[in-house]
Design a protein around this ligand. Structure first.
Ligand SMILES: C[S@@+](CC[C@H](N)C(=O)[O-])C[C@H]1O[C@@H](n2cnc3c(N)ncnc32)[C@H](O)[C@@H]1O
Ligand code: SF4
Ligand code: SF4
Length: 346
């Protein structure tokens, strides 16, 4: 069990962008929207051996989510060796969020061999065939996604989730997608209500062609997600429960300057980007203009130059950081918003 209170930040969960590379061009991804400052790079096994030492993992880490703001974890050369290395220390829960395209069956089989029943792979699929998926997942390859899902299903007990963002083009096809997920042997279907539509951000245009009906648009500043269990394999419910450390930290969190910081609870995970910089969450790491102050702060937390153990103990987190004056903190973690559901979901 992770040591609660060992650091100000919740070090039991890390969200890691092991690769900022991607083969797709989803139009509302930061890699497409802010191309000027995009750096295509990845983290290798040596980075993890240095920063996630056996001592650090034993003392702190319960869960690692491989996702990212700009890239896709399956294009990192060392993803499988890194998971094997971490699991060799202790059975850390692994979550992978991926578009699932363009990898060979053999690679998925090998990935399956290092994942267990406590791990989860989210496949981001927004269509029901190659043409419809390419309406948002530009340059995706539906056949290779299907082969990947099926190779994992037959080589691993890990949970497989079909994760769809609701758009105008798919809102009337969600049931077709659910039945396809079921026929592929997947364990759940997650619908994301996004905020990236003209109704919320006028820059996307008054007549936004991607915008779905209001019921599929988030009401908060954050993407909202709902998951239905398909229960194809008759999994016991206990495997879906929130981590007990998460609940304990949520119950004890204090409000500071109108904020209940999720980075001190841990459901979102402390964020490490593909350049090896530590951030308190992926929201402040996003390369949009309103986060420019974090670019400067992050230069202090370059894990190619100092260790993770040292970085999470930096005095900054218990001093200047505690103002929570940044736009993301004031919106995403406003105390009025952070109830138990909000503080325990991804
Ligand atoms: C930048 S992606 C990185 C992981 C991986 N490449 C993928 O797409 O699943 C992080 C998350 O953003 C989601 N995403 C992409 N475009 C989005 C949008 N317009 N609205 C909401 N979420 C979006 C992806 O589905 C994924 O869950
Ligand atoms: S697959 Fe993920 S990282 Fe790649 S462009 Fe789409 S949203 Fe961005
Ligand atoms: S938005 Fe601010 S308070 Fe919330 S998790 Fe991120 S850094 Fe922490």
């Amino acid at each position: 069990m992770a040591t609660r209170g060992a650091t100000v930040l919740a070090t039991w969960h890390f969200h890691i962008e092991i690769s900022s590379k991607c083969t797709l061009r989803c139009p509302r991804c930061a890699r497409q929207e802010v191309p000027e400052t995009l750096v295509n790079t990845e983290l290798d096994l040596a980075f993890f051996e240095r920063n996630f030492s056996p001592e650090f993992v034993q003392q702190h880490v319960e869960k690692i989510t491989f996702c990212g703001d700009d890239g896709d974890p399956i294009y990192a050369h060392d993803l499988i060796p890194v998971i094997r290395y971490i699991k060799g220390i202790k059975p850390v829960e692994i979550v992978i969020v991926t578009n699932g395209s363009h990898k060979k069956v053999q690679w998925w089989q090998e990935l399956g061999s290092v994942l267990t029943e406590q791990d989860t792979v989210h496949f981001s699929i927004d269509g029901w065939d190659n043409d419809s998926n390419n309406l948002y997942r530009v340059n995706s390859d539906f056949d290779s996604i299907e082969q990947g899902v099926k190779a994992l299903r037959s080589n691993s007990k890990c949970r497989l989730i079909w994760a769809a963002i609701a758009f105008q083009f798919n809102q009337d096809h969600l049931y077709d997608m659910i039945s396809q997920a079921q026929s592929w042997g997947m364990d759940g279907f997650q619908t994301t209500k996004s905020t990236k539509f003209g109704k919320i951000y006028p820059a996307y245009g008054g007549a936004d062609p991607l915008q779905p009906a209001d019921q599929y648009i988030s009401n908060s500043h954050r993407f909202e997600r709902e998951t239905v269990l398909l229960d194809v394999r008759g999994l016991n419910n206990h495997v879906w429960k929130t981590h007990p450390v998460n609940i304990e930290l949520y119950k004890n969190i204090k409000e500071i300057n109108g904020v209940k910081p999720l980075c001190e609870i841990g459901n979102k995970g402390l964020y490490i980007d593909a350049q090896g910089r530590l951030f308190p969450c992926c929201w402040v790491a996003n390369r949009y203009q309103h986060n420019s102050e974090w670019k400067a702060i992050a230069t202090k937390f370059d894990l190619h130059r100092r260790s993770l153990a040292d970085a999470v103990n930096d005095a900054f987190w218990s001093t200047d950081f505690q103002t929570f004056g940044w736009q993301e903190c004031q919106t995403k973690c406003a105390a009025s918003r952070v109830d138990e559901k909000y503080a325990t979901e991804w």
